[in-house]
Ligand binder design. Structure first.
Ligand SMILES: Nc1ncnc2c1ncn2[C@@H]1O[C@H](COP(=O)(O)OP(=O)(O)O)[C@@H](O)[C@H]1O
Ligand SMILES: [Mg+2]
Length: 272
């Protein structure tokens, strides 16, 4: 049996198309992604890379159940997805902490919502795991960007989702903080082995983190144009792995596919 057998799939897209209706009658509708089929096995770390505006967030929103595709099917652990994806936890690119709640209260929020009696102690454990044990009583504005991301990570993982959806979660961070966070994410992932769908426009990040990298074409109507197994040994240090000859080989092979799409995406942005 391969890891991608249907029974072991955390997430399955079959022919997913997302067309957005025009805001005025004079405008045409816009198809962001067309006919996208992709799979994430239980416990697998999969990244989707593609140029800005190609439909990565659109796909993540579909996986989260926040956006219903215009055509195609989505299955989560073998069942059709209807409404919000309750097996999944999300981490978005933008800040998602509630400014009026402390770090601890932010991490607790989802646990309380689930009615857990020990929400506070679980949240405390998770804050410690992301290195913020002593910062629970700080409000988001009293934390650095990296600490806020750690809080969001704790908030997402505390709910123990079987599928973690991440949309460029570290792109706003400086390089060093980002590498620290990536390593922490890998450690947490290795200890719990949840399925991850990770969206990024950064190929280095995608290779360093993933078991598999899927390349999307430039939009509109983008779709996967390449899929690469990342056979680098784990555990990985994201800074060190970048210098491995195999990493460089994989980077070269994937970039050969991604490069033209990035150029197309760039030209579209200039023309817009
Ligand atoms: N709600 C929407 N209505 C109309 N167009 C949208 C909507 N959401 C996204 N788009 C368009 O779909 C394309 C893909 O967007 P997005 O998924 O955010 O790209 P990415 O995350 O890869 O940068 C973009 O051209 C964007 O403008
Ligand atoms: Mg996006």
């Amino acid at each position: 049996m391969t890891a991608l057998d249907a029974t072991h799939l955390a997430l399955r897209f079959e022919g997913v198309t997302c067309t957005f209706a025009a805001s005025t009658a004079a405008q045409p509708s816009f198809t962001a992604v067309r006919g996208v089929s992709l799979r994430v096995a239980a416990g697998e770390f999969v990244s989707v890379v593609g140029p800005t505006g190609c439909g990565k967030s659109t796909l993540l929103n579909v996986a989260a159940g926040l956006l219903e595709p215009s055509a195609g099917h989505v299955q989560v652990f073998g069942l059709p997805l209807q409404g919000i994806n309750r097996r999944a936890g999300y981490m978005f690119q933008t800040e998602s902490l509630m400014p009026w709640r402390t770090a601890l209260q932010n991490v607790m929020a989802g646990l309380e919502f689930r009615g857990l009696a020990d929400a506070r102690s679980q949240a405390e454990v998770w804050l410690k795991r992301v290195g913020l044990g002593g910062f629970g009583d700080r409000y988001p504005h009293q934390l650095s960007g990296g600490m806020r991301k750690r809080t969001s990570l704790a908030q997402t993982l505390a709910l123990d989702p079987d599928l973690i959806l991440m949309d460029e979660p570290f792109s706003a961070l400086d390089v060093q903080t980002r590498q620290l966070m990536e390593n922490e994410l890998l450690e947490l992932w290795a200890s719990r082995r949840k399925a991850v769908l990770f969206i990024t426009h950064d190929l280095d990040e995608a290779i360093a983190l993933s078991d598999r990298v899927i390349v999307l074409s430039a939009g509109p109507a983008s779709f996967p144009i390449g899929e690469f197994a990342i056979d680098l040994p784990r555990p990985r240090d994201v800074a060190e792995v970048r210098t491995a000859p195999r990493f460089i080989e994989l980077h070269r092979a994937i970039w050969a596919v991604l490069r033209d799409e990035v150029l197309k995406g760039y030209q579209q942005q200039l023309a817009a």
